[in-house]
Design a protein around this ligand. Structure first.
Ligand code: SR1
Ligand code: MG
Length: 397
């Protein structure tokens, strides 16, 4: 199938991206530019453009199909507008944790933003055992502020409903509904896994109790518009170094359950916990603790100080809300662990493991942990219990 483009939309090439950057005044006409397409994600084109004085920008363009599958999977260009709107909103809440946005063009599905190539994609850095001491403190604060200030607690409830309309994102939500919450739990064509994992996958497909819990989590994702989510907050959506953390790629943004963003981040940290040696594992558990603690501290502080909802003064309400978010986080993390292991769009934390036996062992661990999290959302009241469960599993398998 070949794609017919709407007027005004044309996928950029390295050459047209440079020309566009000049036309928009980012560089002089006579500048000598270096441009490279560096997109390594599943969906978009990303151009890095730099002049001879090292001034640089990023041009990101949505493609009208899912790059990871090909033109047979058409996909709305409107996701670029969603992404731009999310980043503009986040700039007002957490300016230090998102890239600067210089320009957006809805028709061409383009976002021009700050070049973050002095930072590293968190997933790659963690795989290389780099230390990012502030990663989890920053993400905990990012989560608390972005979720609180777009929820019915931190935003005028009429304004929240209006904002919700702006972030209606059905096509991208459907990807998550299918790829995270449905396909991995059935014998679906989109799944992909090694032959050695077939019995583990079949166990999942035949586990009625597990599927009932996944159905409930999916329903939660479909119906609970608690706050504006990033919607795809895995470690590939985070740039980081020793001092800075920047969240990118919010094209899946929509109003959903708060625990989804936290759960995705948790799951992608857990891939590291499952694949590292004993001594390198501890730092990951520290990240998990720090993420939740920082989230809880900031969220509670905002609740006391800036809430617009009269019932937030009612004793026990905050604890009830936090407990609900934590339980959701655990369940959503479980789905993400399973999905990245046997579903579509795997992670380098697992697929990049060189020794085949280790890779299969780690994947079995991820599947087992994923199931345990889904089945024990209510029996894992805190990170200490989650950590104990992971350690027990790693020793067992
Ligand atoms: C077809 S898109 C596959 C995945 O890539 C994105 O990063 C999301 O995680 C999505 O599920
Ligand atoms: Mg992405």
């Amino acid at each position: 199938m070949s794609i017919v483009f709407k007027t005004g939309y044309e996928p950029l090439t390295e050459s047209t991206a440079q020309q566009l950057a000049k036309n928009l005044g980012f560089f002089e006409d006579h500048s000598l530019l270096y441009c490279k397409e560096i997109g390594d994600g599943n969906l978009n084109l990303v151009f890095h453009i730099q002049d001879e004085e090292n001034k640089s920008i990023i041009i990101k363009q949505a493609l009208p199909y899912a790059k990871v599958v090909g033109e047979s999977w058409p996909l709305t260009l409107y996701r670029a507008t969603i992404e731009g709107n999310y980043l503009k909103n986040a700039t007002t809440i957490v300016p230090n944790f998102v890239p600067k946005i210089y320009y957006t063009d809805e028709e061409r599905a383009i976002t021009i933003m700050e070049d973050l190539s002095n930072l590293k994609i968190a997933r790659n850095g963690l795989i290389e055992l780099n230390h990012f001491p502030l990663l989890s403190v920053h993400i905990g604060e990012y989560l608390a502020k972005t979720l609180f200030y777009t929820s019915d607690f931190g935003l005028n409830q009429q304004e929240k409903k209006k904002l919700q309309q702006k972030f209606s994102n059905p096509e991208l939500c459907k990807i998550t509904e299918d790829l995270v919450f449905t396909d991995p739990f059935f014998n679906s064509d989109t799944n992909s896994f090694e032959a050695e994992l077939r019995s583990d996958a079949e166990e999942i497909w035949n586990n009625h109790t597990l599927k009932l819990e996944v159905a409930k989590l999916k329903y939660n994702f479909l119906t609970q518009g608690e706050a504006l989510l990033h919607g795809d907050l895995h470690t590939g959506s985070i740039f980081v170094n020793h001092t800075e953390t920047k969240v990118i790629d919010p094209e899946f943004a929509f109003f959903g359950p708060m625990g989804f963003d936290i759960g995705q981040f948790f799951a992608n940290l857990l891939f590291q916990a499952l694949t590292r040696s004993l001594e390198d594992r501890e730092v990951i558990f520290t990240h998990l603790h720090q993420t939740w603690e920082t989230f809880e501290v900031h969220f509670s502080e905002l609740w006391q100080r800036s809430s617009t909802e009269p019932f937030t003064k009612t004793e026990g309400y905050l604890e009830h809300v936090l407990q609900g978010i934590f339980e959701d986080t655990i369940g959503f993390a479980g789905c993400e662990l399973i999905r990245r292991t046997i579903g579509l769009a795997h992670v380098a934390d697992l697929d990049g493991i060189g020794a085949y036996e280790n890779k299969i062992r780690s994947k079995k661990l991820a599947l087992s942990l994923g199931q345990k999290l889904i089945l024990n959302q209510k029996n894992l009241p805190n990170i200490i219990k989650l950590e104990a469960l992971c350690k027990h599993l790693i020793e067992e398998i």
